[in-house]
Design a protein around this ligand. Sequence first.
Ligand code: SF4
Length: 201
Amino acid sequence: MTDDNAWLADYLEQGRQGLLAAPPSAFWIVTRACNLKCHYCFADARKRDPDELTTVQAFAVLDDLAEHGVAFVTYLGGEPLMRRDLFDLVDYSTDLGIYTAVLSNGLLVKRGAVQRLKDAGCQMLGISIDSNDPLVHDAIRGVRGSLIGAKRAVREAVASDMRCSSAAPRGPPTTGVRTYLASNSFSKHCGNCGNSPGHWA
Ligand code: SF4
């Protein structure tokens, strides 16, 4: 393990000794609002919850996570980009030194959004793709054209070369785009199914 990752060795050792005040990673459904209608939606997403946290309340949650040593936060939903303040949340969490990822269905990940996520310090963007066949992906997702949107998002993110934020010194030095592509997700996870085990957003 390099000196740069000494924090990780220290962190793992604390975990082994049961000294951590909180789990290392938080997956946070920051909104239930969503622009898709997936058959297997585990978040029962569509409309925004009336009591969705305000920006200030969300900042307070992030302060709490940082104070308890949470090293990674992943924003998901719903569709996290349905929150107009998502860029502010990303900026805030990375400034706290938390490695920050966003999991999205991709439809709102256009060039401007990628640049803003990048500028805010987002270090990983996950885009869900259930099939390379638009008939299958769009049928699962409930919206025609959703595969085109997801693929465009991947292209935009790769072209933008999302980089690590220097404001997240504890985070691992990796950055990029993750895509989950299942060869036969429709038969495995859709129809009358429950949740998709590999689904991200
Ligand atoms: S993209 Fe995710 S949150 Fe939105 S409807 Fe599909 S499964 Fe639910």
